[in-house]
Design a protein around this ligand. Structure first.
Ligand code: ADP
Ligand code: MG
Length: 253
């Protein structure tokens, strides 16, 4: 009896201390961002926050120069994507700051120079933190998970399928956080594009359970951190098994 309760106690201490360390890492990132007078997290920072909450993201490394970008590309494995990391570039592809499908060293070197040139053209003195070398996520069904803090209702979660479904058809659904598993499942099934996730023609069904997990973990993240004003995981590539968040954006109050 005593042994059992001891086990329960030590297990709950473990869970508790794990939660505390997650909060610490994420709070540390947020403090650093605010300390630098920023509201927007860099993609690297936003993805570390996601990883702390077990939200799957593409593998990435931050290169400080061209040689390092090549080295990291070899480590990650081709094809890779290069992306600018700068506090002054929020929409990276708008300024030519993203080049995908790089298949070898030469591609990486060329893309590195091209992106720096593009960003300099956009803003000659833009502060550049580095170049993100990222695993190229195979294309698949794209979904979007978002959160927005409403002054009245607090944190609200959003779900939809990517591309035209969100942008043109506005086929999205919302719930006030925190949500339970049942609500996460409802969010997924109630969008009009849901049949696409169930699979059609020769398209296999998408991993619904992983989307549920991402929704629940996002709910926990924004509840733990009320200082998050907006969060966008867009797009998330969902596969038959597993998913990968390709771009993550977090804005603080
Ligand atoms: P931004 O939204 O800041 O312009 P993203 O990181 O979203 O930049 O990149 C733009 C687009 O490039 C994405 O929407 C996606 O289509 C593609 N992309 C970016 N990173 C990857 C990746 N790792 N794997 C596959 N496609 C990617
Ligand atoms: Mg994006």
């Amino acid at each position: 009896m005593a042994l059992t309760s001891l086990k329960v106690l030590s297990a709950s201490i473990l869970v508790f201390s794990k939660d505390v360390s997650i909060m610490d890492t994420v709070s540390e990132i947020f403090n650093k961002v605010r300390g630098e007078g920023r509201k927007f997290l860099l993609e690297t920072e936003a993805k570390v926050v996601c990883m702390e909450y077990s939200i799957p993201v593409t593998k990435f490394k931050l290169a400080k120069n061209e040689a390092e970008a090549v080295k990291f590309a070899e480590e990650i494995g081709y094809p890779v994507v290069l992306k600018i990391v700068s506090p002054e570039v929020i929409h990276k592809s708008d300024v030519g700051g993203v080049i995908i499908n790089l298949r070898n060293k030469k591609d990486v070197r060329n893309a590195y120079k091209k992106i720096l040139g593009n960003v300099r053209k956009h803003k000659a003195d833009a502060k550049i933190v580095g170049m993100l070398v990222q695993e190229m996520a195979p294309s698949s069904t794209e979904v979007i998970v978002g959160a927005i803090k409403d002054p009245q209702f607090g944190q609200a979660l959003m779900f939809g399928l990517g591309g035209i479904f969100v942008e043109i058809l506005k086929d999205v659904t919302f719930r006030i956080a925190p949500i339970k598993e049942e609500e996460a499942r409802e969010m997924i099934t109630e969008v009009k594009a849901y049949p696409l996730l169930k699979g059609y023609r020769n398209q296999p069904p998408a991993d619904i359970d992983v989307i549920v997990k991402i929704l629940l973990n996002t709910s926990k993240l924004v509840m733990d951190h009320q200082e998050i004003k907006e969060l966008d995981l867009n797009p998330i590539m969902v596969y038959e098994k597993g998913a990968k968040t390709v771009d993550a954006r977090i804005v603080l109050e």
